[in-house]
Design a protein around this ligand. Structure first.
Ligand code: BTN
Length: 258
């Protein structure tokens, strides 16, 4: 690492996955540390999927060391909100949509994916928040050329470079980290109600048909908003409702938020 880089930044020339590397090196990673590489060879996505990181996609994992037993749903929401704020700083006319708990979209196209993983190390809980954010990938001039895995419901991904001139990688990492530290501190201080309105105004699932996937089938419902604890309320056809946490597996039929 060059002396110009901040002490919290662990830059790797290459690695399989920054999340995997972080989970295997928690002993050297402080609260607020960031593991970053420009060459991730086996990135991991949600639900066991792989994540293809072309050059120009920010691939980084941030370490949060909570003082209390972490609420994974709330911390996941913090990650989406950090991405939203960071992207919006670059694109003042755009509001990022958050597909609960934390996928980020602009114009119905995915701009970032997030993978939050918890682990205990030496008796303490850690959260590794992995973010893949499209900055200026080689496909940015023609998003149809993006890797097939990065399409969502047939729509190609989008990158910051399509919305704003000259995004700077290290500046974005610094800003993401700052927003993450601020919002996760609110969770620690039991002030998460303060971030719920920002999430609700970006909630692109509200009113959408979704399915809650179970081992024995799918339960159809309508997303009915984010409750005061960050859970997703799902209205069922029989009049009942289910409160989903980030451990629930959802199928989203579309993302609408322009
Ligand atoms: C998803 O949308 O499925 C989540 C993608 C998360 C990708 C990031 S890239 C940095 C970090 N390292 C990984 O292996 N995955 C996350």
């Amino acid at each position: 690492m060059s002396s110009a880089e901040p002490s919290w930044l662990h830059q790797l020339t290459s690695c399989d996955s920054t999340n995997t590397w972080a989970l295997e090196h928690l002993e050297v990673l402080e609260h607020g540390a960031c593991v970053w590489t420009q060459a991730q060879s086996a990135g991991r996505g949600q639900a066991g999927r792989s994540w293809v990181s072309d050059p120009g996609v920010l691939t980084a994992s941030f370490i949060i060391k909570p003082q209390h037993e972490p609420d994974v749903t709330l911390l996941s929401l913090c990650a989406g909100l950090a991405v939203a704020h960071c992207v919006e700083d670059y694109t003042p006319d755009i509001q990022v949509a958050i597909k609960w708990p934390n996928d980020c979209f602009v114009h119905g196209r995915k701009i970032a994916g997030i993978l939050c993983e918890g682990k205990r190390h030496a008796g303490d809980p850690y959260m590794v928040i992995g973010i893949g954010l499209n900055i200026k990938p080689q496909w940015s001039a023609d998003a149809q050329q993006a890797p097939p895995e990065s399409f969502f419901n047939g729509r190609p991904p989008i990158s910051i470079s399509e919305l704003s001139a000259n995004p700077v990688m290290l500046e974005l990492i610094t800003s993401l980290r700052q927003y993450l530290l601020e919002s996760t501190a609110m969770i620690e201080n039991k002030r998460w109600l303060d971030i719920i309105p920002s999430l609700r105004e970006r909630d692109c699932l509200l009113g959408q048909n979704i399915e809650i996937l179970k081992d024995d089938g799918a339960i159809p419902g309508i997303a009915a908003g984010i409750d005061d604890d960050g859970a997703l309320l799902v209205q069922l056809a029989d009049g009942g409702s289910i409160c989903c946490t980030s451990s629930h597996n959802l199928r989203i039929l579309d993302v609408v938020h322009e």
